[in-house]
Design a binder for this molecule. Sequence first.
Ligand code: SF4
Length: 441
Amino acid sequence: MLVRALLARQMDRETKKERKEFYFSPSQLGKCRRRLWFEAKGEKGDIQLIKEEFLEDGHEHEKITIERLKEAGIDISHCQEPVDIPLVKGINIENIPSFCSVCKRSIPKGVLHGHIDGLIGGKILFEHKAYASERFREVVNERKLPRSVYVQVALYLRGLSYKGIKKARVLVKDRNTSKYVEFLMEYDRIRDRLIVKEFIDDAGIREELGEVYRGIVKRALREASEVEEYLKRDEVPPVQGREFDTEECGRCPYRVRCFRLEREHIKEGEVLSWESGKLSKNEREILKKFLEVKIKRDRITEEYNTLRDVLLKVFSQKDIKGVEIPSLGIGVERGVIERTNKEVDYKKFAQAYPEIYKEVVKEVPSVYEYIREKKKKGLSVSLEKIQKLPVDVKKGEEKDIQQKTQQQREDRNIEEVSDGKVEQEVERIGRVKIKTRRVKR
Ligand code: SF4
């Protein structure tokens, strides 16, 4: 009963939130453009993530942490102090509030307005984040925070730069275990770059990081301004590069709707011919490699299955259970598995107990992107044929491709996979994929 009342309250708050006008704030910027677009349109997130948001009692955690820090003798002041952040010349954002209900004052035109968590010793920005254990572990393992946190810190430091404040300490709390880790950052306003200098683990051990985020404020503001343009034109912003694979997508409350939009968009998409000259040499190289690996994988699977069947026959004829290779510590064993799976007949269950069915069966939306091989019926393509495919682009064409796709790339904020970067990109995407798989929703 109490849980339902709390959930109803949360849903009510979400509905009211939706009715409010949308404004860009420092904590919103840095998220993907499509997500900002959903937020600006007042779209509600997927239901299970509303429940997740329900748990976001970050301010309480922040208060507790600040009390603890004060008890530990740390000088924390200026908590929730307002900061006005000037926009970058040439970038215009219209959806900025003109009045702050917390400060009860007007906000000058052309500035973003926010409230900082505090200052340490009056000289270093203090930011507090409280995450659930799973997310906290990811932050610790990756030594990385979501991009929106870096943008928020850079924006606040930009706003505080007139006071000579350049550094920030971001304290991250595990909500479940009360463990803390810390990041030290520095913002260079002239070059508009944020350097994540140091990570301090839950045992207080420091580790140098030195990660640099160039043009961080400019890019985030430009994205916000682009979102406004898309809203005006009533168009959906394209997804930014391989966003779908990032952790941001894994946690995005609009994931399902975003994927559906993408599915519609893909349906109308064009299928290029290899010879069309729209793909660069590197892009062709990647596609060629993909097809090669796919054919090799299919061959290996086929070979594996044949060898397994032959071995089973041999073991059976010789009446042996298995073979060991003691020097290597490995071997193979024959066995028989018998299983009886219990399955729920959902149709019958729903008919017999409709109320219980509604209570216990929940919808878990799940979406993923794929790329699969398309082959003309009856045609077999050999590895040798694929390997012989020329990847070179005709003279002069490469330049043409670059010019044509430059605009698209800029629009999607995609970094081109250039020569020598293919391996790095494959490794990066591989890492992200592994990370994404860990994200349970
Ligand atoms: S699912 Fe990913 S690409 Fe789509 S809105 Fe969310 S963060 Fe952006």
